[in-house]
Design a protein around this ligand. Structure first.
Ligand code: ZN
Length: 485
């Protein structure tokens, strides 16, 4: 039985330039033996010296990845098409000719790299010549920048404009307790320089925008996406595609992380995976939804690993693969990703040829984020007015729509907890409990409670009001003894 075997570009020099060949075989193993018997030079690319199929060669039968099966024993049926897909770095290996030599001190510092045949002195010189830009010095940027500096990547760019907050330290290991209140960039620079003084840290204390992204990215070999919002993520992706710079992508939420490498030549981009952002507010931020502190440590370290392999131009990278990590169940999974020929940025006929307004694209531009015109003027109340009402003996019914663990941390005295997800089905109960009093709804910062107020008003509680700024405003202005989170 003859089967069609698709040969990828890097292997075509060994099949007389053919992109597909017909080979006999009842199993994948037989077919590959037949193939390598016919094209002898192909053998060393597919098999190790021990005669085992190399781990970085993926074999797909009709688009099904058989990597997790007993690959060579997989039986073939008539009409099956076999694809051989070696992982290729496809990255941005820095040129060896212009790479600086290592000093004696560097030879000692990097000795564990130098004795790896896959890195060696030449690879270490490529790292020394390498330039990686970390977008963000937060949860993902922290471990990534630390490991890249430790590994001897010669130049690290870091862009961030935040100050270190006490609540960052649970995961942002670039910064320490004495750094609280300092600029993250200053803190990052001090820490990275202390770790490896030969690394040049280039810092940009600014927000990444459509105006500065291309100019900044141009100066680097790889962009490491450590952003925490969709607008910046799409901006990073599009700028990488437009400039042809690989994007070492990572994202985290609660217990789950994702990593991949986007925007390489011929590889998929973030928009091939997610053409459009979710509507604003649908996916909560880490500030709202929480994140396990060690999770960005894993994902950021994967991003650093990918960056290093891209600079070396070797190893099996995450190009064309989306790695999913579930820290709570401790599971890794991966999905195949292909470049989408219809992708608006990296597709065959791209419609996005320059950077756009990403706040608008993600639905968070000031024009669109302004209070919905449908919200009447009495939609909101302030913590000062609420305190005044309580003090004058006319306390409203205060409904807190956060989650129980948040309520445990801090709350407005007398408030009643009903998480947002239950408000819709408990309106009758809320109406009865209010006993004709006005209803004031609060959450952490005011956005979940605004949704609850819309819900309550739609179901007849017309006088329900949103507490502007939420419990955080209450603590700031009325009750500073309570802890903030
Ligand atoms: Zn794309």
């Amino acid at each position: 039985m003859a089967h069609r075997v698709l040969i990828p570009t890097p292997l075509r020099p060994y099949t007389d330039g053919q992109d597909a060949v017909e080979v006999q075989g009842a199993t994948v193993g037989e077919l590959l033996s037949g193939l390598t018997a016919r094209y002898g030079d192909l053998r060393k690319h597919l098999y190790s010296d021990e005669g085992k199929l190399r781990s970085f060669v993926n074999v797909y039968v009709n688009d099904d990845d058989i990597r997790y099966l007993d690959r060579e024993a997989t039986a073939l049926k008539a009409g099956d098409v076999i694809s051989i897909v070696p992982s290729v770095a496809g990255g941005a290996p820095t040129a060896l000719e212009t790479a600086p030599e290592l000093t004696n001190e560097e030879v000692q510092r990097y000795s564990r790299h130098l004795i790896l045949p896959e890195v060696g002195p030449d690879g270490q010189r490529r790292l020394k010549a390498g330039r990686v830009l970390c977008v963000g010095a937060g949860g993902l940027g922290s471990p990534a920048a630390l490991y890249l500096a430790a590994a001897g990547v010669g130049t690290l760019g870091i862009i961030d404009f935040d100050a270190v907050d006490l609540s960052n330290l649970q995961r942002q290991i670039l910064h320490g307790t004495p750094d609280v209140g300092r600029s993250k960039l200053q803190s990052a620079k001090d820490r990275l320089t202390a770790l490896n003084p030969s690394v040049k840290v280039e810092s940009y204390e600014t927000a990444l925008t459509s105006k500065n992204a291309l100019e900044l990215f141009k100066q680097y070999d790889i962009i490491l996406d450590g952003t925490d919002n969709f607008a910046t993520r799409y901006l990073v992706n599009d700028a990488c595609v437009l400039l042809g710079k690989p994007n070492a992508y990572g994202s985290i939420f609660r217990f789950e992380g994702q990593a991949s490498v986007f925007a390489t030549k011929g590889g998929p981009c973030y928009r091939c995976l997610y053409p459009e952002p979710p509507p604003p507010g649908l996916v909560p931020s880490c500030a709202e939804g929480g994140v396990l502190g060690v999770l960005p440590g894993v994902i950021g370290t994967i991003q650093a690993t990918e960056s290093i392999k891209l600079l070396l131009g070797a190893g099996g990278t995450l190009i064309g693969r989306l790695l999913l990590y579930d820290a709570w169940g401790m599971k890794f999974r991966e999905l195949k990703l292909r470049r989408d020929a219809e992708c608006p940025v990296c597709g065959d006929n791209p419609t996005v040829r320059e950077l756009i307004d990403y706040d608008q694209f993600c639905g968070v531009s000031p024009a669109q984020a302004a209070p919905a015109p449908a919200d009447p003027p009495d939609f909101e109340t302030t913590v000062v007015d609420l305190k005044r009402a309580i003090d004058s003996g006319k306390a409203p019914y205060i409904l807190d729509v956060r989650e129980p663990q948040e309520f445990q941390i801090c709350r407005i005295p007398g408030s009643v907890l009903i998480p947002l997800g239950q408000v819709g089905s408990r309106v009758a109960e809320i109406t009865a409990a209010a006993e004709g009093r006005p209803v004031v709804v609060n959450c952490k910062m005011g956005s979940r409670s605004a949704k609850a107020v819309q819900l309550l008003r739609a179901q007849g509680l017309e006088r329900a009001q949103n507490l502007k700024g939420g419990i955080l405003a209450w603590i700031d202005q009325i009750d500073p003894k309570q802890p903030k989170y």
